[in-house]
Design a binder for this molecule. Structure first.
Ligand code: KG4
Ligand code: ZN
Length: 345
């Protein structure tokens, strides 16, 4: 099955062609094109939704054309079986660009269109594999940890199509905390990777920032208090020399990781999960996956840890096409609507 994936939920405009083998479940990326408006947002320190959508309107067709070209397909009714598109959650203006383009192409090319939940897309980045080695299969129940700029969610996957959301952030997402704290330190947006770099030279115990909700009996998170604590600490400091910045970064990163690790381990134990699936931009953070791995050993959990390649952790269209392969529920293009508030059922 050959699928064109389209992703425009936030600041990226992406298109990809996937070949998925229905027998072996092997998924090969034929092309994966991404145009980012990050430079635009780096200047403002965050995303301005209208500007993001304007940029996406400009690049959506060239990006799709390039994805088809890279896969050796014609842009005049290409040989694909379906079009997969993110229909939520996300910024409404941005989502509309992808959704309306997918609807038009579905009508013109007479191809089915499969709406995909962006969060499910992040999870399915873990199923993009050319390997047919069944020992590497993700066993159910699996626990998915989605940690991105917009989300921090724990979802139990009992099977494909059988998902149970068990908890998430009550305010800022983990990535949002990295980005907002990075802004206080005058880092460019998105700040997660810069904080990770600075943290390497810093002492994670230099500042004792709060670990919000670490002991609460639920699977929820809260990161806005941490942001306020960092802001207070920065305003108390006379100067912000390089070492202090590194110490703040290391301490902030450790506070975020500590909460995520604690809650994730408890969820794995509670649901007897066989696999832990990381996804979303923050999953690219190396100390996080290292500490999760150590915690699995410490708690004697025989849980396999999966994380996509770095380039598939952040927003991309290959993951949207992969999710569509496992959830083949096409809709009539007339019925497809963007839903910025979309969550798990
Ligand atoms: O999944 P993603 O590309 O977009 C959303 O759907 O939000 O995630 C972007 C987020 C940003 O907040 C960024 O700061 C964070 O992922 N991020 C990281 C790292 N790389 C990206 N956070 C911590 N460490 C990283 N290495
Ligand atoms: Zn995302």
């Amino acid at each position: 099955m050959r699928i064109l994936g389209i992703e425009t939920s936030c600041d990226e405009t992406a298109a990809a062609i996937l070949d998925a083998d229905t027998q072996t479940q092997k998924i090969i990326i034929r092309s994966n094109v991404l145009s980012t408006s990050l430079n635009l947002h780096a200047k403002t320190g965050g995303i301005i939704p209208e500007e993001a959508a304007r940029e996406q309107i400009k690049c959506i067709l060239p990006v799709i054309e390039k994805a088809l070209q890279d896969a050796g397909l014609s842009s005049n009714n290409p040989a694909i079986d379906a079009i997969a598109v993110t229909y939520g959650p996300g910024l409404i203006g941005s989502l509309l660009v992808g959704v309306e383009t997918a609807k038009t192409l579905s009508y013109v090319w007479q191809k089915p269109v499969i709406p995909v939940n962006h969060l499910l897309g992040h999870i399915y980045a873990n199923w993009i594999t050319e390997s047919t080695d069944t020992s590497k299969n993700i066993l159910f129940p699996a626990l998915a940890l989605i940690i991105s700029g917009g989300h921090t969610d724990l979802v139990v996957m009992h099977d494909h199509g059988k998902l149970e959301w068990i908890g998430g952030t009550r305010d800022d997402a983990a990535g949002e905390a990295f980005d907002k704290i990075g802004r206080m330190l005058h880092f460019p947006y998105p700040a997660g990777p810069t904080i990770e770099q600075y943290a390497k030279q810093g002492n994670p115990k230099a500042f004792s920032f709060p670990r919000p909700m670490v002991g609460s009996p639920d699977f929820d998170f809260s990161f806005s208090g941490l942001k306020t604590a960092v802001f207070r600490q920065i305003s108390l400091l006379q100067t912000l020399d390089k070492q202090t910045v590194a110490d703040i970064c290391a301490s902030v990163q450790q506070a975020i990781i500590a909460v995520i690790v604690k809650k994730t381990i408890r969820a794995l134990q509670t649901y007897n999960a066989q696999a832990l699936i990381l996804s979303g931009g923050v999953a690219a953070n190396q100390p996080l996956s290292e500490q999760l791995t150590h915690a699995l050993t410490r708690h004697a959990l025989s849980v396999k840890l999966f994380a996509p390649n770095k380039s598939l952790c952040t927003d991309n269209a290959a993951m949207i096409a992969a999710a569509a392969f496992y959830q083949q529920t096409p809709v009539a293009w007339q019925k497809l609507q963007a839903n910025p508030e979309l969550y798990f059922d």
